[in-house]
Design a protein around this ligand. Structure first.
Ligand code: GLY
Length: 564
């Protein structure tokens, strides 16, 4: 018997396309039953998952991932910077840890101004004077002391090995390291590990022996392996040679702080995020409150009306940030008032669908964002039901670009997050005033927003991102994507983002988010645009309706969620 195959071609093609399409969709979703780590680098996520599989909890994994990122993601992962962690224990207890850097004790409010009161170009961004006292190592020790369940030494082992034996660079990392070579050479010996004689290429091995020795000292002596002894000596020597102002006393006195997180509400979801000295939690809760009041979910996702309403909300929130927020150990931050319904009722009442806020309501000043926004975030859940959301940074990409000689780690340039002169924009274009003025031992204001969302008092989402000032708006939009637009975790991360921060008066938007018709009608309303190739690099985990962990890791970077 003979078959005529031509009649089968079309059905076979349809079945194949359907099959490929469904494979792709499934491939995109990372699902797991027991635990998950979503971070900026595959090797760091793997380190965390290995710890979880070996019986460690989310806090053990978080500390291991933090140290691993200091090796495999040197542009933001760090031991020379600081950050914030928000956690939720399996019994529903929530809390947060502030391991933000502090200004060296001899810092002064005008330290970046010349005799004419003008800002020295780059002094708060590049070199030794740009750094705050690092908080990461103290933070990780505190986190492990309180919640860790496996031996500290085991937790440090993977990063010691990765730095001593080396790891293969991704393509993005090779490009990034090549782009920073000139700046690194200006401030360091050409022999530092991050500099290669020839151009770095994908799969080249990055070996960091000095960093490995520092991590070994931290493995043996915990905080004393960093804040005193050999590492501290090398750090102070580096500072003295580069006219920096750290003292041994500053290092010894550094202490991270357990703080109450900011807790807000959005449509019966609890929003748990970081309070001052981060502006993230307050600003996020304010934005969500505005979105609920103005029913933004009535508008099509990323449509003209949606973008208009969201950016009107965002710009009003950033105005508060500049005025009221700073280090709560130095000033009274009116946190409760700022997220109260009464206050916010008034704040958002002037927003209408058809009018952009008149420019007379916006302070003058031309502000440019001129540097990439580094920082890194990871999210972890474990089989015991604990969750941690942690954002950590050295501020700009590769921080101050100073590698501590002999100790192999980069120092932050977090001093630029202070308001170095009232009204003068930092590298993210953010302005500030008195509340965030420089003082010795004070923490600089941050936008980092590690966040946990509960639905009906159960864990729903763990999320966060790098991105400087865009962190808060990316977290805000990702929450809306899941709660209001029913996206799964990966879709919510993939979705195009946009951002308004009051000053400059412009919508910063990812390329190809909207078509020209929408753009032109927003321009007619008075909106301005600034396009960017990408905004944020989210690392998130959702507990889906079947109770499985669903990863969302940003393809804008090398980020990856790994579960088991
Ligand atoms: N360094 C960026 C931030 O803390 O917001």
């Amino acid at each position: 018997m003979q078959y005529n195959f031509k009649y089968l071609i079309i059905p076979i093609m349809i079945i194949s396309i359907f099959f490929l399409y469904s494979c792709n969709n499934t491939d995109k979703l990372v699902l797991a039953d027991n635990g998950m780590v979503s971070s900026a680098h595959p090797l760091a996520s793997q380190v965390g998952v290995d710890i979880l599989k070996d019986g460690g909890n989310a806090f053990d994994a978080a500390v291991a991932v933090h140290f691993a990122l200091s090796v495999v993601y040197p542009n933001a992962g760090n031991i020379g910077g600081g950050g914030f962690a928000v956690y939720r224990l399996n019994d529903g207890t929530v809390g947060s840890l502030d391991f933000r850097e502090k200004a060296p004790s001899s810092s002064s409010r005008n330290m970046y101004l010349d005799e004419n009161n003008e800002v020295y170009k780059n002094k708060s961004k590049l070199g030794h004077l740009a750094s705050g006292i690092p908080g990461s190592v103290d933070g990780m020790v505190k986190l492990h002391d309180k919640f860790g369940s496996i031996d500290w030494k085991l937790i440090l082992e993977p990063s010691i090995k990765l730095s001593n034996d080396g790891f293969q660079l991704t393509k993005k990392q090779a490009i990034s390291l090549n782009s920073v070579k000139e700046s690194l050479l200006k401030l360091n010996d050409s022999k530092i590990s991050l500099i290669n004689d020839t151009k770095w290429k994908e799969n080249d091995l990055l070996i960091q022996k000095n960093l490995s020795k520092t991590l070994k000292r931290i493995q043996i002596s915990k905080r004393d392996g960093f804040y005193s002894g050999k590492t501290a000596e090398l750090l102070i020597k580096e500072m003295n040679e580069g006219n920096g102002i750290f003292t041994l006393e500053d290092l010894k006195n550094y202490s991270s702080i357990w703080r109450k997180p900011i807790i807000g509400n959005y449509k019966n979801h609890n929003i748990i995020s970081m309070g001052p000295p981060s502006s993230g939690g307050i600003a996020l809760v304010q934005m969500l409150n505005g979105a609920e009041k103005l029913n933004v979910n009535n508008y099509e996702h990323n449509s003209k009306d949606y973008i208009h309403m969201i950016t009107e909300i965002e710009s009003r929130v950033y105005a508060d940030r500049a005025t009221y927020l700073g280090d709560p150990d130095f000033l009274e931050v009116p946190s409760k008032t700022l997220i109260s319904n009464k206050y916010l009722e008034n704040k958002f009442s002037s927003i209408t669908l058809n009018n952009k806020t008149p420019s007379s309501d916006i302070k003058e000043g031309k502000i440019e964002i001129n540097e990439t926004e580094e920082t890194t975030h990871f999210s972890i859940v474990d089989k015991f039901g604990n969750a941690i959301s942690l954002t950590t940074t050295i501020n700009g990409s590769y921080g101050s670009k100073v590698v501590v000689d002999g100790a192999g780690f980069l120092l932050n340039n977090e001093m630029d997050d202070f308001s170095i002169k009232p009204g003068f924009p930092n590298m993210f274009g953010l302005t500030g005033g008195e509340a965030n003025a420089i003082e010795g031992n004070k923490r600089m204001l941050s936008s980092m927003s590690p966040t946990i969302v509960e639905k009906e008092d159960e864990l729903l989402m763990v999320l966060g991102t790098p991105g400087g000032s865009t962190i808060i708006t990316s977290v805000f939009q990702t929450i809306l994507n899941v709660i209001d637009y029913n996206m799964n975790m990966q879709e919510a991360v993939d979705a195009k983002k946009f951002h308004h921060q009051w000053l400059p008066d412009a919508i910063i938007i990812e390329e190809n988010t909207i078509n020209n018709n929408i753009k032109n009608s927003l321009i007619e309303m008075g909106h301005n645009f600034k396009e960017r190739s990408s905004i944020g690099r989210m690392d998130c985990i959702l507990v889906n309706e079947s109770g499985k962990f669903e990863g969302g890791s940003d393809k804008r970077g090398d980020n990856i969620a790994i579960g088991y």
